[in-house]
Design a protein around this ligand. Sequence first.
Ligand SMILES: *Cc1c(COP(=O)(O)O)cnc(C)c1O
Length: 388
Amino acid sequence: MSPGPFVSFVPPPRLLMGPGPSGVDPRVLAAMARAPLGHLDPAFTSLMTDVAAMLRQVFGTGNPLTLAISGTGTAGMQAALANVVEPGDAVVVGVCGYFGARMAEMARRLGAVVKVVEAPWGTPVPAGAMEAALRATDGPVKVVAIVHAETSTGVRQEIEAIGRLARARGALLIVDAVTSLGGLPLSVDQDGIDLCYSGTQKCVGAPPGMAPLTAGPRAVEAMKQRRSPCTSFNLDLLQLESYWGAAKSYHHTAPINAVYALHEALGLLLEEGLEARHARHRRAHEQLARGMEGLGLEFLVAPADRLPMLNALRVPDGVDDGAVRGRLLTEHNIEIGGGLGPLAGKVWRVGLMGYSAREENVARFLTAMRIILGAPRMSRPRKPAPTA
Ligand SMILES: *Cc1c(COP(=O)(O)O)cnc(C)c1O
């Protein structure tokens, strides 16, 4: 730090249109700025009870064990896996992108015998391939894990058929809904999901920091039947239940202001209505798709498998990925994402999530892209055509 008076950090006014975090409604920011309460203050614990009830509505579940983990989406993933997976358990994971691969890696680190069912990045995992993998696995399968909305590719995964397969095999179904919750229809109870987690900073519309999670009766039973307690004290769901549930007994200090923010974001979400909200995400996506015509941009993913809230657009030939994103940020104050893994340098990831999923934002992004892609200095010099 330089000598002289301390200068507060004031973030530049970015429009967040990447893979998350997404923009936050000023009402949510205002809620977050209120004075913290004690973590066992009855006014705060009753707020937690309200948050849990709202989360049940958003998840489409009656599960008593529904709460928000203190930590980001990755902590939700860790909590879901670590509470039911024990060393030696068979776990089947569908992987068609970065986050599916992360689930597989976490299960491996928990000592599971992991079978990965892979599909190319840009397509979903076929239910038939999951079925074949389950059939080819000897002995019991503890968990089937899949990502609902693969943020690295913009692919939507059908859950229901995989839920049926998992149940028929006596396995628990864990679904990553980090990007889908609040943006895409999801019903934990109807889709037969045993453990589902999300994050606050994508379509839920709060800043990053918490991971909504719900666990059904079969998952709770598996936790109770463990040979040894969950190795993570911090993420032990049975203990967390005694903090979020009726007992209200101390486990850790909840991030009080993040809970205020989540409460406000969920209130706004439910006031808008789940269906209206999903429709808003779809409209923003359709507006983007229409506006892309004439810009030379194409989707990575086939229409039937596209996510509304995460649009992977192919970087046109001869265009410098990093330079375009750099200009969007510095000249237009718009953040979008680049590609991950095999898609690095090949796609842009345009997020239309939560508060960011609005017509005016899509229009602003399209205008900026028109300016940037129209400017000749965007193109890398092409190699001269080979002479015969
Ligand atoms: C963002 C994301 C995560 C990880 O969430 P963090 O909040 O970054 O920890 C996990 N899964 C999916 C599908 C995501 O999009």
